[in-house]
Design a protein around this ligand. Sequence first.
Ligand SMILES: Nc1ncnc2c1ncn2[C@@H]1O[C@H](COP(=O)(O)OP(=O)(O)OP(=O)(O)O)[C@@H](O)[C@H]1O
Ligand SMILES: Cc1ncc(COP(=O)(O)O)c(N)n1
Length: 269
Amino acid sequence: MTEELNSFPQVLTIAGTDSGGGAGIMADLKTFQMQHVFGTAVVVAVTAQNTLGVQDSFLLPLEMVDAQFASLASDFKIKACKTGMLGDAAHVHQVALNLQKYDFGPVTIDPVMVAKGGAPLLSQDAIATVKNELLPLANLITPNLPEAEALTGIKATSEQEYPQLARSLQKMGVENVLIKGGHSNAEVVRDYALLADGTDFWVSSPRTHTNRTHGTGDTLAAAITAQLALGHTLSEAIKIGKQYVTKAIEQTIQVGHGHGPLNHWVKVD
Ligand SMILES: Nc1ncnc2c1ncn2[C@@H]1O[C@H](COP(=O)(O)OP(=O)(O)OP(=O)(O)O)[C@@H](O)[C@H]1O
Ligand SMILES: Cc1ncc(COP(=O)(O)O)c(N)n1
């Protein structure tokens, strides 16, 4: 095989590990692998976690975060990256500094705040740092409903308010916004995209009635990141990402005793 045929786009996740393998960096790398991109990772946090919850967590020293960024920058050509669990304000700040220092392509921010089981993954005081330092660097932000509310201060009671949430996030400096509807009660799960040029669209799927939804947000954002690195437009990447996460939720696998992980083996069309 020639070098060109044998090379895969390289992508990066900047996030926390999940020892249970369902969310965070583990979900991202599985998703990257299935979309045929080469996944790399900057570990910001380590969690002791399973499908029942987060038992413990540890934030890596800031100099170790810097060292991982430097290692990747000196060797790889990262085409797109995403963020996940960032822990606290100091780590959000350090990640923002590194994203300014190195060009790792379009940045997708999944503003992870609370795990499905309720454990905090971002300290309250870090929300301001995310807004002031991270959002202006983002190509895309993918908040779930509680995250969109925490960032904008707008309470959303129905899907009609998603465009307002998205416009408010755009005003904070993010070019493109995808509001995820997984936390609504609707039978059709609808996510709303507002793009930089003002165009918007919805992506929807039937709701799968299951508690095996650990890592859905990570998987969606990782799939979008991979599709961007493969050369798709953002709207194509969002549509393909939604199809992938929908199938990965529908074609459930039995692992663990709580909020089970997704089936990352499903095929992308
Ligand atoms: N029960 C479900 N059935 C079908 N699709 C779902 C379901 N729950 C979530 N989704 C989809 O999964 C993706 C993630 O949405 P969600 O709102 O759950 O994000 P999240 O809370 O950030 O996820 P997580 O915190 O688990 O990583 C969205 O595309 C959403 O439409
Ligand atoms: C390290 C890490 N990153 C992200 C999540 C969010 O996933 P979920 O909301 O499904 O628990 C998590 N639980 N752990």
